[in-house]
Write a protein that binds this ligand. Structure first.
Ligand code: NAP
Length: 488
């Protein structure tokens, strides 16, 4: 079967192998192409153009031209464009989900969920566009009226990861576009087709030329151009803390407004007053979503000594029930990992933990399906010195350790450079209030695991990021506050 036949959609025009700049599609030129593969079997899906600085400069030129008119559209006109884009996404949900499973590997049910989630940001920011209020300021000067307003920051560059190929784009782009800013997206090279399908739908929804562009190719020259050009006023990045640090440094060149959604290394605290079976089921949901390749994954599970062994028994049993396979197989909950490096990292974390005394309760090795599949794994008696306690594994390897006292649990939870989300499981209300305050995390999930959505301010403390996406806060990442003082 040829690569072209590997992608079958009802609407094949959603499968684009060109970049989208200024409302036009650009095929590869003499710089060649990047191949895109299906992680389920590593077969070829297609190619994307290998673009660089000149094409990025063209995208910036056109975005900058679009800014002049887009920022002056009335809020409800921008909202109407966004709602048309939202409707296109929902009308093509099944094709978009299919494309995502092909390029990312996640089970089709998760892909459908991500399309709904991604579309919800477009709707949310269509609504927020109309409510981007400024304020009047009680004057401190005689004969003056003072007020402030939100101005669009200008052209926005977005760099996005492969684990949520649609939602990490719309969470940024819808907010920026609603605020009056043209957007240029450079998607992860492993999952560009979801981004390009979004561009096709933006085109059908009638977004004006230059308001939403997608440039594909090597990240470094593309980002280099974004950073060099002072007309790009904001950079919004989702990815690892390591790359985020590099980008923050480069952003200093032209003093860009930087939004950073970076790594997470979430603690999961379960206290003795919990039903250990219920806590174990919650831990499975918090750990293995997106095959563990999730910034919200519960990477460090700490269980109070009184329920520790019973918790482990239930956690192992629930982990053993997880079905691994390709994203289109019935009932599959875990797909392949994204690349060989991810598989190797899982194995390295397991080997390191075992060498230092951790117990493997289940899994611990590459999956019998071969390729990029890894066994859902549970490690018990993990200690803070092990790699798995210090770094994101970004795979289906769960690490569990016991604690005795609340203070110890809090210290373990906060003992990291990350601060994205913490999970807390207890029925003691005063403990909930105390720990919600003392956990150094941008988000705290109490007795639940699914906490994301368009209305919430998503983001991390410490080295998990800068700024917030979603909620009202998300749109202000793409505005500047202007103060006006008028004499009368
Ligand atoms: P990554 O390696 O940091 O890559 C993210 C994006 O940055 C990709 O598009 C990548 O391009 C690009 N990139 C890589 N090196 C670059 C460089 N030197 N200059 C400019 N761009 C560069 O992260 P990932 O492995 O894709 O994603 C996993 C990470 O994202 C995890 O740490 C996870 O926690 C984090 N994440 C955070 C959130 C959040 O909301 N906080 C959400 C999802 C994921 P290529 O595709 O070409 O490598």
């Amino acid at each position: 079967m040829g690569a072209r036949n590997a992608v079958q959609l009802d609407d094949m025009r959603l499968f684009r192998e060109q970049a989208y700049i200024n409302g036009k599609w650009y095929a590869a030129d003499d710089k060649g192409v990047i191949e895109v593969t299906n992680p389920a079997d590593e077969s070829a899906l297609g190619t994307i153009p290998h673009m660089g600085a000149p094409e990025t400069a063209r995208a910036i030129d056109t975005a900058h031209t679009a800014l002049a008119t887009w920022r002056r559209q009335l809020a409800h006109e921008r909202a109407d464009h966004l709602m048309a884009w939202h409707a296109e996404m929902l009308a093509h949900k099944e094709d978009l989900a299919r494309l995502m499973t092909l390029e990312q590997g996640k089970p089709i049910g998760e892909s459908r969920g991500e399309i709904d989630y991604a579309a919800s940001f477009i709707r949310w920011y269509a609504e927020e566009a109309r409510r981007l209020y400024g304020c009047t300021i009680p004057t401190h000067l005689h004969g003056r009226t003072l007020f402030s307003q939100h101005d669009p920051v200008g052209v926005v560059a977005c760099i996005t990861p492969w684990n949520f190929p649609a939602a990490m784009i719309t969470r940024k782009a819808a907010a920026a576009i609603a605020a009056g800013c043209p957007v240029i997206v450079r998607p992860a090279s492993e999952t560009p087709y979801s981004a390009l399908a979004l561009a096709e739908l933006a085109d059908r929804a009638g977004l004006p030329e230059g308001v939403f562009s997608v440039v594909t190719g090597d990240a470094r020259p593309i980002c280099g151009e974004f950073f060099r050009d002072s007309r790009v006023r904001a950079m919004s990045f989702t990815g690892s803390t390591e790359v985020g640090r590099l980008l923050i440094e480069q952003g200093a060149q032209t003093v860009k407004k930087m939004s950073m959604e970076l790594g997470g290394h979430a603690p999961f605290l379960a206290f003795d007053d919990m039903d250990p079976k219920e806590a174990a089921e919650m831990a499975v949901a918090a750990k293995f979503q997106t095959t563990g390749q999730d910034c919200l994954a519960a990477n460090r599970i700490y269980v109070q000594r009184g329920i520790y062994e019973t918790f482990l028994k239930h956690f192992q049993a629930a982990t053993d029930r997880l079905k691994v396979g390709t994203g289109f197989e019935e009932g599959v909950e875990l797909g392949p990992l994204m690349n060989q490096g991810a598989v190797d990292k899982c194995q390295d974390h397991v080997d390191d933990a075992v060498a230092q005394g951790a117990r493997v309760l289940t899994g611990g090795d590459r999956h019998e399906r071969g390729g990029l599949f890894y066994q859902p794994t549970v490690l018990a008696d993990v200690t803070p010195q092990m790699k798995i306690s210090c770094e994101e594994t970004f795979g289906p390897v769960a690490s569990v350790a016991a604690f005795d006292e609340e203070d110890e649990a809090l210290r373990l939870a906060n003992d990291t450079e990350y601060g994205l989300v913490a999970y807390l499981f207890t029925h003691d209300n005063s403990r909930i209030l105390r720990l919600s305050e003392y956990l150094e995390y941008g988000m705290v999930a109490v007795n639940c695991v699914k906490i994301t959505g368009a209305p919430i301010p998503f983001g991390g403390f410490k080295q998990s990021g800068l700024g917030r996406e979603g909620g009202h806060e998300g749109i202000t990442e793409f505005t500047e506050v202007k103060y006006v003082c008028m004499a009368f």
